[in-house]
Ligand binder design. Structure first.
Ligand code: DP6
Length: 334
């Protein structure tokens, strides 16, 4: 039977039954950046950002703050204090998302987004951005939606935003339903305060190909894509076990291999996609060398050249001695 296709608007209307006018003049919300340990790479539904596999992330103590109010003639969108023009890609993406929620066709929003890190640092600011925007809309328009529903709405902005509503470990279920009402993030209660995190900033320019486009190209052309979804499923089970056992080496090893597999799928796409630069390769080799010398340190990489390190707290001094430029970022557990 052919799958029924639903639009983003259908998915929104299933959650927000009645469009409401603002119940407050201004709404302010915050959401954390998340880093996937088991990656989301490929969609089962492009329009609704429904993933082909479950993913799992950790929240960083780095947030995006969004201030929402009403604008008069058109949407006003400010990113880190700078008003964006209508042809800016971030403006276009945000305004298209806001159109799903306008109380009337001539209602416009003013959105002020502030990131604690430069947007170009490649720390998934679109995920925390859409999560903060949805939280602000919930207040502004008085939806009183559940966190589960807010995660679904954030997913429609950017898939990984479904995981940015929560602290700690978060699992995003791929779900099975066509409309995606079973595809949302869930906070996992376990904590692992011994786990530490840092970033090696290998470049700050923005990516050449969006993750959205790169995922599709991978899914359509990589001969190992099918193996990826199977392996991601197995990796998730191992990662959940590592959390339960508070086993950082198992967690790090599983996350690193999962990330390398994701990059292998895109590198074997045609045309091939590679987000790495020379510094990424050097960093990777240094991580492997450090491990050979007995250090417990692992890495994960997303759609950019930066390398993120995972290690136990007790190794921080040794890790910093080997990677003096490492930017240590606390994890967010509460
Ligand atoms: C490599 O969430 O940016 O960071 O749903 O198309 O907006 P869209 O993609 P996006 O992809 C994130 C990809 C990733 C892995 C991850 O965060 O799981």
């Amino acid at each position: 039977m052919p799958l029924r296709s639903y639009s983003k608007q259908n998915a929104v209307d299933a959650i927000i039954k009645k469009k409401k006018y603002p119940i407050t003049e201004i709404a302010i919300a915050q959401a954390p950046v998340n880093i996937a340990l088991i990656k989301y790479w490929g969609k089962r539904n492009e329009e609704l950002h429904l993933p082909a596999n479950d993913s799992l992330s950790i929240a960083l103590d780095l947030k995006t703050t969004t201030i929402l109010s009403q604008a008069s003639k058109e949407d006003e969108i400010l990113l880190n204090g700078v008003a964006l023009s209508e042809n800016n890609p971030f403006y276009e993406r945000t305004a298209a998302f806001l159109s799903l929620f306008r109380p009337s066709s001539n209602f416009f929003f003013r959105v002020e987004t502030k990131n604690e890190v430069p947007t170009a640092a490649g720390l998934a600011s679109s995920a925390s951005g859409f999560a903060a925007l949805v939280l602000a809309l919930n207040q502004f328009l008085g939806w009183e939606a559940s966190t589960q529903d807010l995660s679904i709405l954030a997913r429609l902005g950017s898939g990984s935003a479904a995981r940015s509503l929560f602290s700690g470990f978060v699992r995003w279920h791929k779900g099975k339903l066509d409309k995606g009402e079973d595809s949302y993030g869930i906070h996992l209660p376990d904590t692992l305060s011994e786990l530490h995190f840092g970033v090696l900033l290998n470049a700050t320019e923005s990516k050449k190909i969006s993750s959205n486009k790169a995922m599709l190209q991978t899914k359509e052309t990589s001969p190992i894509y099918k193996t990826w979804t199977n392996q991601a499923h197995l990796d998730l089970a191992t990662l959940l076990r590592s959390i339960e056992e508070k086993n950082i080496p198992l967690l790090g090893q599983t996350a690193e291999r999962n990330s390398l597999f994701m990059h292998a799928t895109m590198q074997t796409a045609w045309p091939s996609i590679c987000y790495w630069n020379e510094k990424t390769i050097v960093a990777l080799q240094n991580v492997w060398k450090a491990r050979e010398q007995g250090l417990t340190v692992f890495c994960t990489m997303d759609a950019g050249p930066n390398v993120k390190l995972l290690y136990p707290k007790k190794e921080e001094k040794s890790v910093l001695a080997l990677f003096p430029s490492l930017w240590c970022i606390p994890l967010l557990w509460e």
